[in-house]
Design a protein around this ligand. Structure first.
Ligand SMILES: *[C@@H]1O[C@H](CO)[C@@H](O)[C@H](O)[C@H]1NC(C)=O
Ligand SMILES: *[C@@H]1O[C@H](CO)[C@@H](O)[C@H](O)[C@H]1NC(C)=O
Ligand SMILES: *[C@@H]1O[C@H](CO)[C@@H](O)[C@H](O)[C@H]1NC(C)=O
Ligand SMILES: *[C@@H]1O[C@H](CO)[C@@H](O)[C@H](O)[C@H]1NC(C)=O
Ligand SMILES: *[C@@H]1O[C@H](CO)[C@@H](O)[C@H](O)[C@H]1NC(C)=O
Ligand SMILES: *[C@@H]1O[C@H](CO)[C@@H](O)[C@H](O)[C@H]1NC(C)=O
Ligand SMILES: CC(=O)N[C@H]1CO[C@H](CO)[C@@H](O)[C@@H]1O
Length: 764
């Protein structure tokens, strides 16, 4: 746990703590929607005038402003002293002033630099067969892009849509020739506050790999013959291969500046993207209010303009209440495994029995078990008293004479040292290989390249320990990595995927949906660390994280939008959520990494179903007014909301506004916290018929957990050519619910053809 705090501290420290350059740190000054009858030039001037009112006499606004927001919303980022920032906070028109935060990319364990993945979008889908989707534009806020990747080749693409207003910025090793009819736009922003010394390029060009991977996952062309050095062979293809891509580089490998994230949203809205995909976020231990969170702010204004925003849920699972990017206008995505595994087994001496493990390596050990086997505990250095640290192979705890020439078994449960660091130390001490014992992370294949390593579960490790204990000279080997497909069960919620409930709004269920995010194969930047015997860097990489899940859903959203161009972001989200599946490839309920049946706190509505989402039957519409009422219930007063956006005439916060009423937001899922306060609660919802038939009759079925009564009224909805939208109520009451317990179930409307399913969660 202390490590996490250290990490947080480092993140905050990286933003600078004042007294740098001209005496301040960067603050974001957020001023809400662009006022009516304004223009970017007028806003620019008004920002300058505003900031000059707090500067010392003679100091020019130009010297302190680092970023201006004047298209999708109004505001700026400036280098200010604490007093200047405080003074701006009280000015007319200012919603919030906050220190520029540093957010992180949502790949797992950034130090485990190479990991894996594979994109599986139903190839027989309606979308793949005849897609009208060529004019959908997906914008990504990320670490940049590698334009030479075959994923972004534009052969076969028609002209850039005429409504596109974006640009291709020139930067280091990047100019307008790098954009084409596929990669139609690229911008970058000042991220000097978070940039490491080795990452000094001012350019849309990706130096981290992450942005290239997410872009190709969202919208990459189908590239046949893709693999990671022969592993996971097949065709790599984005979720919406016919969409166009626009990259907004707001991150370096070290992190993403909040001031740049806002600039990316501001430009993406003005450029004309349809979908924004954001695979990054705040640490779950740093919980900014919506009005202090660049992602919540930017996405609010994007959604108000009809742009769907899809974000990763974070990689801080499996602990509860770790989900981030949980504002109700965002589509929040958790990660699941795919039906593929990278198997590398341990063969034990004696009877040659094999113990299943998984990892990626490219070295060569003999096939026969002839390498001496030792545990970390047995190899403990005599100067170390703590055998627990030695069993975890922590740095400095092992006697290198005892491990030389041997395969070392290390516990890797929850150590402070990363897998890659641990393995590096064993390698340099002369070990021939390593077996890491680790229940949680076995599904996430780590690439160790030249050093033979495999990872086994605790259960599998028991057989190894038993063998060692019963032999005076135990020996083993590690077998080559093979790709196992149709692995069961899959999908499984990934251990790292951040979980609900949302710490900010318990009465709003988050995450919303899950998608593949473990060992995903997609395009990558050329790397200099090649496995032995390889001459060319792989154009693809296997990577894990909710970062990888998010662009899968962005691709699906782009396809839904292409098929239904008039749908709002709320309708698109509803279609994706109500058609999700809860079943795995054994036709059994999906489980989590620990083997328990997944709940909506793990995966929201379930696993995204790309084809079903195109024809949901009914949708839960949600207009901007509903988001304003949400903000009232969340605790903002009308004067604050008025600063954020225009309030339609007649709008006011209801006198009875309360967090409990957040449950009434017309969301495709339902969350009710604290039911035991009153014993029963009724929430309202309304559905709109978007099916092909105007005359449709839907009836409800409820999957009710023991301990709860759930009554839906009415239980039948009849749509006609004049009745498109119908409301219903759901009454939850306690039958027999223990204190501090959580129950979940679902409500499904069906006309015999469509199944419109909404998960619910109720806490006592
Ligand atoms: C972009 O850079 C490439 C390589 O340096 C060069 O060949 C090309 O002419 C440049 N294009 C433009 C439009 O400047
Ligand atoms: C690994 O270490 C953890 C504690 O860090 C312990 O609970 C577990 O039993 C150990 N596993 C084995 C196989 O020794
Ligand atoms: C092989 O040996 C292992 C441990 O040494 C033992 O658990 C297993 O049952 C043996 N298998 C067979 C087929 O004898
Ligand atoms: C609205 O809330 C803000 C704080 O968010 C407070 O400063 C202000 O006084 C409130 N206004 C009214 C009219 O209550
Ligand atoms: C809250 O007040 C509104 C009117 O402003 C009313 O329609 C609604 O029923 C009230 N809700 C509750 C739960 O009392
Ligand atoms: C909800 O159901 C409970 C139990 O049947 C009942 O006591 C309560 O009055 C109902 N609430 C509403 C608003 O209908
Ligand atoms: C020791 C070991 O397992 N080596 C294997 C690592 O993976 C490569 C490629 O899959 C094999 O060729 C090695 O034998």
């Amino acid at each position: 746990m202390w490590l996490l705090f250290l990490f947080l501290f480092a993140s905050l420290a990286a933003t600078g703590d004042g007294n740098r350059d001209n005496g301040g740190r960067v603050y974001v000054v957020y001023m809400g929607a662009v006022p009516p009858r304004s223009s970017p030039d007028l806003l620019r001037e008004s920002h300058f005038r505003l900031v000059e009112t707090v500067l010392k006499r003679g100091q020019k606004a130009e010297t302190v402003i680092v970023q201006q927001y004047k298209h999708g919303f109004s505001g700026f980022a400036a280098r200010l002293s604490k007093d200047e920032a405080a003074s701006l906070r009280t000015r007319h028109g200012v919603v919030s002033v906050f220190a520029d935060p540093v957010y992180q990319l949502h790949t797992t364990r950034s130090w485990d630099f190479l990991q894996q993945t594979a994109i599986k979008i139903d190839s027989k889908s309606k979308a793949a067969a005849t897609s009208p989707a060529t004019d959908t534009i997906i914008g990504l806020l990320d670490s940049g892009i590698w334009p030479e990747s075959p994923s972004f080749d534009d052969s076969g693409f028609g002209p850039v849509p005429s409504r596109w207003k974006g640009i291709c910025m020139t930067g280091d090793d990047f100019n307008s020739s790098n954009c084409n009819r596929k990669l139609i736009g690229a911008r970058y922003y000042d991220i000097s506050e978070v940039r490491g010394p080795a990452d000094g390029s001012n350019s849309p060009r990706d130096r981290a790999g992450h942005g290239t991977h997410t872009s190709s996952t969202a919208a990459g062309n189908a590239v046949a013959g893709a693999s990671y050095y022969g592993l996971a062979p097949g065709t790599a293809k984005g979720g919406s291969a016919t969409s166009r891509v626009a990259m907004y580089r707001v991150c370096s490998e070290a992190g993403c500046a909040g001031s740049a994230i806002l600039a990316g949203f501001d430009d993406a809205i003005a450029d004309g993207v349809d979908i924004i995909s954001v695979s990054l976020g705040a640490s779950p231990y740093f919980r900014p209010d919506f009005s202090d969170d660049p992602i919540a702010i930017g996405s609010f204004h994007a959604v108000a303009k009809g742009v769907t925003v899809v974000c990763s849920a974070g990689n801080s699972g499996p602990e509860a209440a770790t989900v981030v990017n949980a504002a109700p206008w965002i589509l929040t995505v958790g990660a699941t495994t795919i039906g593929r595994n990278f198997e590398s087994d341990v063969v034990l001496g004696g009877n040659n029995s094999a113990v299943k493990g998984g990892a990626i390596n490219f070295s060569n050990l003999d096939k026969s078990p002839k390498y001496p086997l030792i545990t970390g505990a047995a190899a403990k250095s005599s100067s170390v008293s703590d055998s627990d640290s030695a069993s975890h192979c922590e740095p400095g705890t092992l006697d290198s004479n005892k491990i030389k020439g041997k395969i070392v078994v290390c516990n890797h449960s929850d150590g402070d040292t990363s897998k890659i660091d641990k393995v590096d130390i064993l390698n340099s001490a002369g070990a021939v290989g390593s077996i890491l014992v680790n229940n949680a992370e076995v599904a996430v294949a780590t690439a160790y390249l030249d050093f033979p390593v495999t990872e086994v579960s605790c259960a599998a490790a028991a057989a190894i320990h038993k063998y060692i204990a019963s032999n005076s000279q135990p020996v083993a080997t590690i077998t080559p990595t093979t790709t196992v497909t149709e692995y069961k069960p899959a999908p499984v919620v990934a251990y790292f995927s951040s979980r609900g409930p949302s710490a900010q709004t318990g009465n709003l269920l988050k995450p919303d949906i899950a998608a593949p995010g473990v060992n995903i194969l997609a395009s990558w930047i050329p790397t200099s660390s090649l496995p032995v015997g390889q001459k060319q860097p792989s154009q693809f990489n296997l990577v894990s994280g909710t970062s990888m899940a998010c662009p899968h859903v962005a691709g699906v959203a782009a396809t839904v939008k292409a098929w239904n161009p008039t749908w709002s972001p709320g309708a698109i989200r509803s279609a994706i959520m109500t058609t999700a599946t809860e079943l795995n490839n054994d036709r059994a309920p999906m489980t989590t990494d620990s083997g328990s049946v997944a709940t909506p706190y793990d995966y929201g509505a379930g696993q995204v179903h790309p084809t079903a989402a195109l024809d949901p039957g009914l949708v839960y519409e949600i207009g901007e007014d509903a988001y304003l009422q949400f903000l009232c219930n969340y605790g903002y007063n009308a004067s604050k909301i008025k600063l954020i956006t225009y309030i339609p005439s007649g709008f006011s916060c209801a006198a009875n506004a309360s967090k409990d009423l957040i449950s009434n937001l017309n969301y495709p899922s339902i969350s009710v916290v604290g039911l035991s306060k009153t014993g029963s609660r009724t929430v309202t919802r309304a559905v709109t018929n978007v099916g092909a038939l105007e005359e449709a009759t839907y009836t409800v079925t409820v999957s009710t957990p023991a301990g709860l009564n759930v009554k839906v009224t009415p239980s039948k909805l009849e749509f006609t050519n004049t009745v498109k939208k119908l409301a219903f109520q759901v009454n939850f009451s306690i039958r027999n619910m223990a204190a501090k317990s959580t129950l979940s179930g679902s409500i499904t409307w069906s006309d015999g053809k469509h199944m419109v399913r909404s998960p619910f969660v109720v806490t006592s």
